[in-house]
Design a binder for this molecule. Structure first.
Ligand SMILES: [Zn+2]
Length: 197
């Protein structure tokens, strides 16, 4: 539709999740008319996220060093481990202020239709962590949708025989939804009301 650089930018923006063609065009023209310093800051932020951010070697949360902030925090309990799908879920749970244990980020959920099985997730790494015997409770905080439930069921069957208490977040979370979209109060209550599975 346009020529050269502006169309390239519209095309690239349009490939981002949640950005439709109209939004891509609006953002591209906003960038075109924006202050050069603002655009440079955006460009730097985009580059830095790829250069600096990596995954925590312990829990697979996003990190800027070997371990993420949660794993480095010595005041947190090693006895409770909360399993989530994505780093954004760690942020959602941290916002509730209800949890003082550690996390394990699976990197997704079991989804046979998309060819994602247990081997594609950080489940082997989870079992190695549990092997140290320090964890007493494992909280399954995968999303309350089909894939999240399937993943929770799979993990519960795998881990309960290890003698670790396995719990799942209480209902009250919007079914079919994404953990990150739950408000702090709902998610906080779901945390308090978690039940054994
Ligand atoms: Zn970590």
């Amino acid at each position: 539709m346009y020529e050269g650089a502006i169309q390239d930018l519209i095309d690239e923006l349009g490939r981002l999740p949640g950005v439709g063609p109209k939004s891509a065009q609006r953002i591209a023209f906003h960038v075109l008319s924006a202050d050069p310093a603002d655009v440079n800051r955006l460009a730097t932020a985009l580059r830095k996220v790829k250069d600096l951010v990596r995954f925590c070697t312990t829990c697979f949360n996003v990190a800027e060093s070997e371990q993420c902030r949660v794993c480095r925090d010595t005041r947190r309990s090693n006895e409770v481990l909360c399993v989530v799908e994505e780093p954004k879920d760690v942020v959602a749970i941290e916002r509730t202020g209800e949890f003082r244990g550690r996390y394990h980020v699976l990197g997704g959920a079991i989804n046979p239709l998309e060819g994602i099985g247990p081997d594609n997730l950080k489940i082997r790494e989870l079992l190695i962590r549990l092997g140290t015997g320090e964890v007493r409770e494992l909280i399954l905080a995968t999303d309350p949708n089909t894939e999240g439930e399937a993943t929770a069921t799979y993990l519960a069957l795998l881990i309960k025989p290890m003698g670790i208490a396995v719990t799942r977040l209480a209902s009250g979370l919007p079914v079919g939804g994404d953990l990150e979209y739950a408000d702090e109060i709902t998610l906080g209550r779901a945390f308090e009301g978690r039940r054994a599975v």
